[in-house]
Design a protein around this ligand. Sequence first.
Ligand code: NDP
Length: 246
Amino acid sequence: MQARVALVTGGTGGIGTSIVKRLADMGHKVATNFRDEARGRAWQDKMKAEGIDVALAQGDVSSPEQAEALVREVERQIGPVDILVNNAGITRDSTFHKMSAQQWNDVICTNLNSCFNVTRPVIEGMRERKWGRIVQISSINGQKGQYGQANYAAAKAGMHGFTISLAQENAKFGITVNTVSPGYIGTDMVMAVPEEVRNKIVAQIPTGRLGTPEEIAYAVSFFMPDEAGWITGANLSANGGQYMGW
Ligand code: NDP
C-alpha cells in the first residue's frame, strides 16, 4: 500500500501507542498529539529508540481551536493527513444520579466533540485528494451501555452515529469512515479498575482474557488498504466475544 500520512489522537496512550506502531510498520508517516510537553517528548524518544519516528503536535482535542492548530502543525511537519484515527478518550465514571455536569461535559467534549474538532480540519483535504481513512475508537460500552458510564456510553454511541453519517457524505470521495469498538483491553484505563471488579469482567468474556492493544491496532489496520475501500460505515467489534450486537 502507498505510504500515507496518519494522525492518531491520543497516540501516547495504551491503545494509541500500538496503533501508531502498527501504522508506522505499514510504512506510513505517523503523528500524534500531546498535552504535556515533557511527557510527549519522553514518549517520542522511547518510540525513536524502537526505530519509530513520530511527529508530535501539542493540542487538547476537546478544544476546536487547539485541534485545528494541531492538525495544521502535523501538516507542516509531515504533510496533509490521509488517515485519521480518533482515539483520544477519557472516563469520568459515576452513576448518573450522582454525576456532575463537569463529569458529563469532560467526557462528551473529549470523546465525542473531539471527533468534530479533529475531523473538521482534515476532511476538506481528503475530499480534494479523493482518498481518506477515518476510524473512530469507540467502545463496547457504547454498544451495550454500562452501569456508571452514562456519559461515556453516550459519547461512544455518538461516535458511531458520527461515523455512519460521515461515511454516507464522503463515500464518493474515496473516503471510508468506520468505527472500532474495543472490549476490555489491559491498558492503564482498565488496570486502574479494582482487581475483583476486573476478574468479574474477565469472567464475562468468552475468550477468558482481556484484549491487548495490539489486537485493537490490528482491527484499525484492517480498514487501511485500498482493498478495504468498499467497507465504510462499519462498526467492528473487537471484544473477545463479550458483545455480539451492532
Ligand atoms: P489511555 O488513557 O491509555 O490513553 C488515552 C490517550 O488520550 C492519551 O494519550 C491521552 O493523553 C489522550 N487524551 C486524553 N484526553 C485528551 C485530550 N483532551 N486531548 C488530547 N489527548 C487526550 O487510554 P486507552 O489507550 O486505554 O484508550 C484509548 C481509546 O480506546 C479511548 O478512546 C478509550 O475510550 C477507548 N477504549 C479503551 C478501552 C480499554 O479497555 N482500555 C476499551 C474500549 C475503548 P494524555 O497523556 O495527555 O492524557
